[in-house]
Design a protein around this ligand. Structure first.
Ligand code: BGC
Length: 372
């Protein structure tokens, strides 16, 4: 794009955030006008790039979002990338080639996905980071997610309350900490939230980690990261820690597991050790198998992020942009290049006491799947 065109596009971007068409390179006339004030909703194409579909949540996210957008009459291209960064990049590129006016990206690696987001943007698409922020690039127009620091806080607060640390118990209690994938920017925020609650108890000695696997500081969070948030990786990590530090009867009081896959790996490691108890084990996502484990007393809590609401709010954001209106955001996140206008939804802490109310009564999961 030459300079004058760049300037015109920048100006248009201020007036109309989703301005597409002339700013794009290779797209056809119909698609070109589609992003804003499209005559027909069917002129609008939305690409959705999800990281994988092993984890139930991403399948639900993809399906819910597709349903919402198709309900508004838009054309939807939905792809899952099998946790492969190259595949995700080519899928996004493909969406751009097909004239996507919007691409909604839940990145596998928030940094690696940058060039693909840039390609889509220079082809005229509005780029929306979904659940995970896209890093180090200007090609990220919006970020639609849950309050990611709050998720970690809920996990930390749950541990503190359950151990009675907030009501004067001094322990010391044994806790093991893990963080999410080193490639996922969210993982840092989750840990930041948890650490803000747990660190004071490490400082006063009422929480200790016999494995010594505690980050030196917040910036060191990746040192206890579980690659790809993988259940099997988490299980191996916990088996190693259990065999090395808990095999002579030392009691493990709590495990900070940042999501349900890691919680499941932890439960499996405890089962393999043959213990007659489960430590407090946190989680996130309210996956069916994990909810059943909560009801069965194996996992202790999860953080419920209603993927239906995330799909709703993302679809509403797109609709506003299609209509040329300014969407309402309630925060910003810095991606190292810019402050990205963000919409943050509220996560909810769930344990066996409120499983029925939060998950079953709201229709998120059936009583039978919850094991109730
Ligand atoms: C999401 C979590 C999910 C994890 C693993 C994170 O970015 O926010 O909901 O459990 O990725 O897929």
């Amino acid at each position: 794009m030459n300079n004058w065109k760049r300037a015109v596009c920048a100006l248009a971007g201020i007036v109309m955030l989703a301005s597409v068409g002339a700013c794009g390179g290779s797209r056809g006339a119909t698609a070109g006008g589609g992003g804003v004030n499209a005559k027909n909703p069917s002129d609008v194409t939305v690409g959705i790039s999800m990281p994988e579909q092993q984890l139930e949540r991403w399948r639900l996210d993809g399906d819910n979002l597709k349903k919402q957008l198709e309900g508004k009459g838009y054309k939807v291209l939905l792809q899952f990338a099998d946790n492969k960064t190259d595949l995700q990049a080519s899928q996004i590129q493909n969406m751009a080639n097909q004239g996507a006016n919007f691409v909604v990206i839940a990145s596998i690696d928030g940094t690696a996905v940058g060039p693909a987001a840039e390609a889509a943007k220079s082809n005229g698409a509005t780029v929306i980071a979904y659940d995970r922020l896209i890093m180090n690039t200007d090609a990220c127009d919006y970020y639609s997610t849950f309050n990611i620091t709050e998720v970690g806080k809920l996990q930390g607060q749950y541990i503190v309350k359950k151990l009675g640390l907030d009501s004067g118990k001094k322990g010391p209690f044994n806790i093991e900490l893990m963080t999410g994938s080193p490639t996922d920017n969210n993982a840092k925020y989750y840990f930041q939230g948890s650490w803000s609650v747990l660190e004071p108890y490490f400082k006063n000695g009422s929480l200790v980690s016999p494995s010594g696997r505690v980050p030196k500081n917040l910036e060191d969070w990746q040192s206890i990261g579980i690659q790809n948030w993988d259940r099997q990786n988490a299980q191996s990590e916990m088996e190693n820690r259990i065999n090395s530090y808990y095999n002579s009867g030392r009691h493990l009081d709590a495990v900070l597991a940042p999501n349900d896959a890691i919680a499941m790996g932890t439960v499996n490691a405890v089962d393999a050790a043959g213990w007659n108890y489960y430590p407090i084990i946190t989680g996130q996502d309210a996956e069916k198998a994990n909810v059943a484990n909560i009801v069965a007393g194996k996992q202790t809590m999860t953080v419920y992020k209603d993927t239906r609401k995330l799909a709703d709010s993302t679809a509403a954001l797109i609709e506003k942009l299609v209509k040329g209106q300014k969407p309402k955001t309630n925060d910003t996140f810095n991606n190292n290049n810019k402050d990205v206008p963000s919409i943050l939804l509220k996560p909810v802490s769930v344990d066996k006491d409120n499983v029925k109310k939060e998950l079953v009564d709201s229709g998120y999961i059936s009583a039978a799947n919850a094991g109730l």
